[in-house]
Design a protein around this ligand. Structure first.
Ligand SMILES: CC(C)(COP(=O)(O)OP(=O)(O)OC[C@H]1O[C@@H](n2cnc3c(N)ncnc32)[C@H](O)[C@@H]1OP(=O)(O)O)[C@@H](O)C(=O)NCCC(=O)NCCS
Length: 151
């Protein structure tokens, strides 16, 4: 496996994976061009196994906006592999790396296992910003749960 940076003009090729992490395209478009996008690929391959987008929100404040592993490859350690690489890219400069997610134990468990701890909650983020109700694991998402890590 190898990690590559994905150029702005190629990012929509990974729409399916981006929508797996954030199912409303208009919301994805808000940050897609703003940050860096990374993909974990089989060596020489073109189909990403895992992807993520990292934005710079302020001086030394970074945020993972979208993180997904293709369904067939989930729970095999690929997400963790990409996360480790991405953290390495930002570590050293100091600051904080945030990630926001719905209140579902599976994604929170993933981020905690990667070293993030709970930071704060943005109430009604999903109900205020999305044009339809978002369900994950059968539960409607309302609040955005932020986790963070010191870089
Ligand atoms: C969340 C997601 C990115 C995890 O990626 P992954 O490649 O499956 O994760 P990994 O296999 O690297 O898992 C790393 C660790 O995270 C934890 N983890 C992963 N999936 C988990 C789950 N469903 N429930 C609980 N813990 C989980 C485990 O501790 C795992 O390590 P271990 O099983 O070896 O002990 C993936 O499930 C996904 O793409 N989900 C759909 C999109 C999504 O919801 N993205 C988040 C948007 S905020």
């Amino acid at each position: 496996m190898e990690v590559r940076r994905i150029k702005k003009e190629d990012r929509e090729d990974f729409k399916e994976l981006l929508l797996l992490a954030d199912e409303q395209w208009s919301m994805v478009k808000r940050y897609l061009d703003r940050g860096e996008m990374y993909g974990l690929f089989p060596e020489g391959g073109l189909d990403a196994v895992s992807i993520c987008v990292v934005t710079k929100e302020d001086e030394h404040i970074y945020e993972i906006k979208s993180f997904a592993t293709a369904k067939a490859f989930q729970k095999k350690g690929y997400g963790r592999m990409l996360m480790k690489y991405v953290i390495g890219q930002y570590r050293g400069a100091g600051g904080i790396l945030y990630v926001g997610t719905g209140n579902t134990s599976s994604t929170i468990g993933f981020y905690e296992s990667c070293g993030f701890t709970r930071s704060h909650v943005v109430r009604n983020f999903f109900t205020d910003n999305y044009d339809h109700p978002i369900f994950e694991d059968g539960i409607q998402l309302r609040d955005m749960i932020y986790l963070s890590m010191k870089l």
